[in-house]
Design a protein around this ligand. Structure first.
Ligand code: ADP
Ligand code: ZN
Length: 711
């Protein structure tokens, strides 16, 4: 019964037809007033888990959120869906805060977002004591754990919630929690026998690749040349680095900007806006960028430097491909980065350097790994993937393997006999039968597997054990002196005869050598986006500007894509599109329907039956010029000239597939030197014959039409 109401609310307010995996279960638990911990990858749909109960229960759900900017966006998005939501934090003047607090007291709010400082402050606490919230939602709950990568001391004060409000259910949500952090969340918040919901962290649409960090600029240029105009982010470690990289890419003709915490808030939000609105496709940024950006069509992520830990890495690559379609990720790995990160960690003096270093080491192991990278990532988050993924560099180009069952059994057996009480280095010494005094003193020489691995060199053992960790057979218990523990998979090897495949240690170095010498070209992915989508996007942009909100608050790209494909003609058909709730239907429905009708009318008149139209249709389907030429038995230059003419007639063509911003600028500069009417020949002459005529024609049309130049 409640679930039906929940589905009705999902449709009415958010315009979605069905719950994603786990959402319905979480909502049910919360409606039954049970505590819950929710682990879902970024983009998995955590917010809906508490927003729907907030809509169904009478009273207010108080949401604790660490980032002020994120709060504002979320509240804006909720309001756009007709939900009564507000936020309270230090960025508001006292008068505004008072008004919101009053609305809270009178029960006028479904959701109230607060910062942790605000929640525990003496100015706010009395309000929730007077009128109890119906639910507490703790967003980014991993911030509570000192083991986590994003510890915020304010979060530890939240433990008073359970003491003061034992009857109010708490839901803690996070995208980045390993087992330890999860345990910490439950303990610190003092949750009452909570239900733990763990959605799969697998994001099969993200390809994974690691390359040696050499000639990075050149490699990046190759990479983005194959992904022209597709939005992507390059993460760098230092602010300086984001700036120089952006300058280099601009020089090579790419539209790009940099972003880091050292810029003014104004500059930062401008860059963010430009990215969200597809005005600038490439951002060179520190990890400050991306928090709370719900941009669904990011097509690639590059890590210029090694991230500090796997949680951060997974969160950052998770910003690509939220729409569920293919996206590529590339990580550059160099040992210098590891050394630099170590230095930074040690200097920080955070008090838990030990944990941070261990996490960095796991990151390094991931980068050096020779096993399916997705298996490594998922096993890090406590999930088991039974087969290799087929979408990472190791799967696509696998190293030679051997049957490593015997060394694995020796290692697991030793771990077992030692009661899971030692770490990697001691284990290797025991396996190798080392004569160190401490080992003898502890009686390790008496266990059966002491010296059983003498035939394997220490360095090889280190590599094998790392692989066993990466493959999910062994786990490191960071809260128990980094000791090694056996997983269910290791038990199967020990007791059920399951086999283990390993890779010889030297293969990694060989691979690095080979990769250095070979120019890497992965298959370019062509963008498929039709002009109706483009037209709808423009409509959205205009509306957004008029209403002073970011475009995605109106509709997401995914919603526009579905609209462009379905071409709805009436409000009822529009209602069926995912992401359109009642409020938005009422507010924007007619505007978008009109746009679709106009588009269809315009298009049926043009190019009927002509050879241009055929070329144009194939091009819009995302085929390359070479492919269209081959299919139509024409030359590529004929195909290009078709497209130029189509473009000159006023149809949208993604000209950045053929010409860069830099080249357009070059053409524009020549115009000052030429007396009208401008001829292609003249431009070509001034550019010293270095630009092909079709590019010049594209550029001239572009300058006339988009820049309003006359010549
Ligand atoms: P998270 O907080 O886990 O990163 P969000 O709650 O921001 O994820 O949701 C990610 C996107 O998925 C949002 O655009 C959201 O509107 C959308 N979404 C959430 N639940 C559903 C659903 N049941 N069906 C379709 N889309 C959904
Ligand atoms: Zn793989």
């Amino acid at each position: 019964m409640d679930l039906q109401k929940a589905i009705a609310a999902l449709k009415q307010y958010f315009g979605y037809d069905a719950f994603r995996p786990m959402q319905a279960e979480v909502i049910t638990a919360l409606l039954e007033k049970r505590d819950a911990v929710v682990l879902m990858p970024t983009g998995g749909g955590k917010s809906v888990c508490y927003q729907i109960p907030a809509l169904l229960l009478s009273g207010t759900c108080v949401v604790v959120s660490p980032l002020i900017s994120l709060m504002k966006d979320q509240v804006e998005a909720l309001k756009a869906n007709g939900i009564k939501a507000e936020f309270l934090n230090s960025s508001q003047d006292p008068e505004t805060q008072r008004k919101i607090e009053d609305r809270y007291l009178f029960g006028r709010l479904n959701l109230l977002y607060v910062s942790p400082e605000k929640l525990v402050s003496s100015s706010f606490l009395p309000y929730i004591q007077k009128v109890r919230p119906t639910l507490f939602a703790i967003d980014e709950a991993h911030c509570i754990s000192a083991w986590g990568h994003d510890f915020r001391p304010e979060y530890t004060q939240l433990r008073f919630l359970k003491e003061q409000f034992p009857a109010v259910p708490i839901v803690a949500l996070t995208a980045t929690a390993d087992k330890l952090t999860r345990k910490d969340i439950v303990q610190q918040l003092n949750l009452n026998n909570p239900e733990i919901f763990i959605a799969s962290f697998d994001r099969p649409n993200l390809s994974l690749e690691v390359r040696p960090g050499q000639r990075r600029l050149q490699q990046i240029l190759d990479f983005i040349r194959q992904r022209k105009d597709q939005p992507g982010i390059i993460y760098c470690l230092s602010r300086k680095n984001t700036e120089t990289l952006a300058a280099n890419l601009q020089q090579a003709g790419y539209r790009t900007a940099f972003y880091h915490a050292g810029m003014t808030a104004e500059d930062r939000s401008k860059v963010q806006e430009d990215f969200i609105n597809d005005r600038i496709p490439i951002i060179c940024a520190t990890i400050a960028f991306g928090m709370g950006i719900d941009k669904s069509n990011v097509r690639w992520i590059i890590h210029y430097n090694l991230p500090k830990n796997i949680e951060g890495y997974y969160q950052e690559i998770g910003r690509a491909g939220r729409d569920g379609t293919a996206a590529d990720t590339l990580l550059f790995y160099s040992f210098q980065d590891v050394m630099m990160l170590r230095d930074i960690l040690m200097k920080n003096g955070s008090g838990n350097e030990d944990v941070q270093l261990a996490k960095l080491e796991r990151m390094q192991q991931y980068a050096e790994a020779l096993a399916c990278r997705r298996r490594i990532l998922l096993s890090y988050f406590g999930e088991e993937l039974n087969a290799d993924c087929g979408n990472c560099d190791i799967c696509k180009n696998p190293p030679a393997r051997f049957d490593g069952t015997i060394p694995a059994q020796k290692a697991f057996s030793a771990v077992y006999r030692l009661g899971e009480s030692v770490g990697t280095r001691v284990l290797i010494d025991i396996l190798r039968g080392a004569q160190r005094k401490e080992l003898i003193e502890k009686g390790y020489h008496k266990i059966k597997t002491y010296g059983a691995g003498r035939d394997i060199a220490s360095s090889d053992w280190l590599s094998f054990l790392t692989q066993m960790i990466n493959l999910g057979y062994l786990e490191i218990a960071h809260d128990q002196g980094h000791t090694l523990h056996l997983t269910a998979a290791a038990h199967r090897v020990l007791f059920e005869g399951e086999k283990v495949e390993l890779v010889q240690m030297n293969t990694f170095r060989e691979r690095a050598e080979v990769e250095k010498s070979k120019v890497q070209v992965s298959a370019p992915r062509e963008r498929v986006r039709d002009d109706l989508f483009e037209a709808l996007r423009q409509t959205r942009l205009k509306l957004a500007q008029k209403n002073g909100v970011p475009p995605y608050i109106i509709f997401t790209d995914a919603t526009l894509e579905e609209m462009a494909a379905a071409k709805p003609m009436a409000l009822d058909e529009l209602r069926r599109i995912s992401g359109i709730g009642e409020k938005k239907l009422e507010q924007y429905g007619d505007i978008f329907l009109k746009e679709i009708q106009g588009f269809l009318a315009r298009n049926s008149e043009q190019f009927t039956g002509s050879t241009y139209r055929l070329t144009y249709e194939l091009f819009k389907q995302g085929h390359s010029i070479e492919k269209i030429a081959a299919d139509r038995s024409l030359t590529p230059s004929t195909i290009l000239s078709h497209l130029v003419q189509v473009y000159e007639k006023g149809e949208p063509v993604d000209i950045y597939r053929f010409i860069s911003e830099y080249e357009i600028n070059a053409v524009q500069k020549t115009l000052k030197l030429i007396e009208p009417p401008v001829r292609i020949r003249d431009v070509q002459y001034l550019l010293r014959e270095e630009m092909e005529p079709h590019k010049i024609r594209f550029a001239l049309t572009y300058l006339k039409r988009e820049k309003g130049l006359s010549f």
